[in-house]
Design a protein. Structure first.
Length: 86
């Protein structure tokens, strides 16, 4: 799968992940787009480790893996940038 396809899939996954996990994130839209792109790579990597098939173009499986990766990365990002209110 080409790099451009990964990026586009990551942008779509980032937007869907943000819709699933709404909230105020530091960094705005740029960080959300980067989280989506990196999440797509992460989802594809985890999918290939678990099932042997990662991201394979614009299929339902690839979109699902990219969304799961983006959700995971968004959750990690929120946990690490969360300000402590002690």
């Amino acid at each position: 799968m080409g790099v451009i396809t990964w990026i586009v899939l990551g942008l779509i996954a980032g937007a869907i992940a943000k819709a699933i996990m709404p909230g105020k994130d530091p960094g705005g839209i740029i960080v959300t787009m980067l989280i989506g792109i990196i999440g797509a790579f992460l989802g594809g990597f985890l999918g290939s480790l678990i099932t042997g098939t990662g991201l394979t173009g614009f299929s339902v499986w690839s979109i699902l893996l990219a969304i799961i990766g983006a959700l995971l990365l968004l959750w990690i990002y929120r946990m690490t940038t969360r300000s402590s209110t002690v």
